[in-house]
Design a protein around this ligand. Structure first.
Ligand code: ADP
Length: 631
């Protein structure tokens, strides 16, 4: 018969199973790490966007807040497009007045010779305090001189009349007051002087000095402080305005070099004035430019006012503000910059609001929680995968070992069966052919035949028992038995076997063992004992000694078999009870056996509620003890 050529059978490999278990985990971890990274990048990008908007809004709000300065800030210096001073205190006429406050002699060439003559006569009489000065001024006025001379003449005449308590003085002064363009030769506005004189002339019960004070402030002159001082009751608030304007004027004086150098056009600058730092910057009005100057404390207040409300701020970011080259709000430069935005103070742009990442823990809080969850998930999956891998690995190995042991078992069984059958056949054939004539020899042959068949029977009995145990079909029948007698009989039974190997059998039954009526399956117990004794005899050297002992106590019996064979290393004490396990390699094994003896012993003892203990070490023999509890 021809068998088809057989494919070589590959040994099962564990590698791919491991890959299948670990691959999903690796994929999950890779995907997770990638998506966590994306998460982080997204959070960062969102933060940058948000901070950009925040910084821009903040910068614009600061500019607005600076351009609506608090009172008492210098916001009233007005320049023309070229940076020339137009007004201080917001009033053009006042600035013009300041400009005109210079000595200006009257242009006598504008007078006719007759008028000039009359004018000079009146002036001389006035300076010499002659009595006809009033009449001379009257004559001059009648000549109809040009306005500045007329106003001057009226004013001088009014003063002369007033000195004589002439009520016509008031009328003259009122006329002078109407001309706001004429100045005294010392550069003082005559209308203001006239107003002062009228107010003084009115005496007790006169009208309030409010208008006088407001004019004194509105048209600043050297005598403004004097005028204000003359009407103290009405001047308190105007005095304040005056002082503020004075400060502005002084400040302007101080700023003059910077203004000519156009520093304000670059968007703002800092100056140190009167023991404090001031921010000077320009704002565009409709047809002029107005300079504002704020002390540093007010700048800080304006910045504070512009601060975005709590909900609009990003909890993780910290703003930093730089204004005209000075850090108004500090932030740590080592924090990563998220965004920066500027806003022009004037035409330049030297306000920068930056947002830095101060609390990365808050920004990445969500990502971190997710990372923690993911790490936990990966850990649990890894643990599960590791557990799966290990148990699969163990299962795989057990399977492999079992299948190896099974195949060894088959070859051992065939070998163990063949040997006694062969020797029995040889003995029986020799007897049958009548070759053995000597009756002594014949008896020995028959003895050997009995022994071999007993061994065969024992082997088969063991195999059958084992297969019953495997199928779970093994039944134990418990009944009281005399274990001491059972042990004695069994030792007797095994004597020929031991003798065959020149091994001495010794029996030590403890008299007080209390084994006369012990509930057990006596047949099974005997099988277990035979197996232990068979092993002990098998492993004993020729001339060795096997001791079988029975001890007892209140708890139960302890049945042991001891030999002085090669012993078993501690690490194999567990394995020898496994089915099909035999020590050493198949080829080098010296003893007979199929590897189920001890498994059967253990099964039987456990069925009795006991356990088998082994005490053995290489070179020191072995002692197997069956501990059987009393039920
Ligand atoms: P078998 O004897 O058929 O090989 P067992 O299950 O009875 O199978 O024993 C398992 C193994 O334990 C044996 O192969 C042997 O190596 C070892 N063993 C058992 N009893 C002894 C002993 N008394 N001394 C040394 N080794 C022993």
């Amino acid at each position: 018969m021809n068998f088809p050529p057989q494919k070589s059978v590959r040994a099962p490999v564990f590698f791919w199973r491991g890959v299948l278990i670990l691959l999903p985990l690796a994929l999950l971890a890779g995907l997770g790490i990638y998506s966590l990274r994306q998460d982080r990048l997204l959070a960062e990008a969102e933060a940058r966007d948000r901070c950009q908007t925040l910084a821009g809004d903040y910068a614009r709000a600061i500019v607005l807040s600076l351009q609506n300065p608090a009172p008492q800030a210098f916001s009233e210096i007005t320049l023309d497009a070229n940076g020339n001073l137009l007004a201080i205190g917001g009033s053009r006429s006042r600035a013009a007045m300041l400009e005109n406050a210079l000595p200006r002699p009257l242009p006598e060439t504008a007078l006719t010779p007759e008028q000039r003559h009359a004018w000079q006569a009146a002036r001389t009489a006035e300076s010499m305090q002659k009595g006809d000065a009033a009449a001379l001024f009257g004559k001059f006025i009648v000549l109809g001189p040009p306005t500045p001379f007329l106003t001057h003449a009226r004013y001088s005449l009014a003063l002369l009349r007033a000195a004589n308590r002439d009520p016509a003085a008031d009328d003259l002064l009122r006329q002078v007051e109407e001309d706001r363009k004429t100045f005294s030769e010392g550069g003082l506005p005559l209308f203001l002087l006239a107003q002062y004189q009228r107010w003084k002339l009115a005496g007790p019960g006169r009208a309030s000095g409010e208008s006088l004070c407001s004019n004194a402030v509105e048209y600043p002159t050297l005598i403004s402080p004097l005028l204000l001082a003359s009407a103290p009751a009405d001047s308190v608030k105007w005095l304040q305005v005056w002082q503020r304007d004075e400060a502005a004027r002084n400040f302007f004086q101080f700023l003059q070099p910077a203004l000519t150098n156009n520093a304000w056009r670059r968007g703002g600058f800092w100056v140190h004035w009167q023991e404090g730092d001031w921010l000077v910057f320009a704002t565009q009005a409709r047809d002029s430019i107005s300079l504002a100057a704020l002390p540093v404390s007010r700048v800080a207040a304006a910045v504070k006012k512009a601060e975005p409300s709590g909900q609009r701020q990003a909890s993780y970011a910290q703003p930093g503000i730089e204004l005209a080259g000075r850090e108004i709000l500090k932030s740590d430069p080592s924090w990563p910059l998220l965004a920066a935005a500027g806003a022009p103070l004037f035409s330049g742009s030297n306000l920068t609001v930056s947002e830095r990442l101060a609390r990365p823990d808050l920004l990445y809080a969500r990502a971190r929680t997710r990372t923690q969850w993911f790490a936990a998930l990966i850990l649990v999956s890894a643990a599960a995968a590791a557990f799966g891998l290990i148990s699969a690995w163990r299962g795989f190995h057990q399977q492999r070992r079992l299948s190896e042991m099974k195949s060894n078992f088959v070859s051992s069984v065939s070998h163990e069966l063949r040997a006694p059958i062969a020797s029995m056949r040889l003995l029986a054939e020799s007897l049958e052919r009548g070759k053995i004539a000597d009756p002594g020899k014949q008896k020995e042959y028959f003895g050997l035949l009995v022994q071999e068949s007993r061994r065969l029977a024992m082997l088969i009995e063991n195999i059958l028992d084992y297969s019953r145990m495997e199928r779970g079909g093994k039944k134990y029948e418990f009944e009281p038995a005399d274990v001491a007698a059972l042990v004695t009989d069994t030792v007797q039974l095994m004597r020929p076997c031991a003798a065959e190997r020149s091994v001495e059998l010794d029996l030590r039954i403890n008299a007080g063992a209390g084994a006369e009526s012990f509930s057990c399956d006596s047949l099974a117990l005997q099988r277990a004992l035979i197996n232990l004794m068979d092993n002990a005899v098998k492993h004993s050297p020729p001339g060795g000694r096997v001791v079988v002992g029975l001890d007892g106590g209140a708890g139960g019996l302890s049945l042991w078999v001891e030999d002085n064979g090669p012993g078993i290393p501690a690490e194999e004490h567990g394995k020898i009870f496994e089915r099909f396990y035999r020590r050493g390699s198949e080829l080098r094994r010296e003893t007979q056996g199929i590897g189920i003896g001890l498994a059967i012993v253990q099964h039987i003892v456990e069925a009795h509620g006991g356990r088998v203990a082994v005490r053995s070490a290489p070179g020191q023999g072995s002692r197997f003890t069956m501990e059987l509890p009393r039920t």
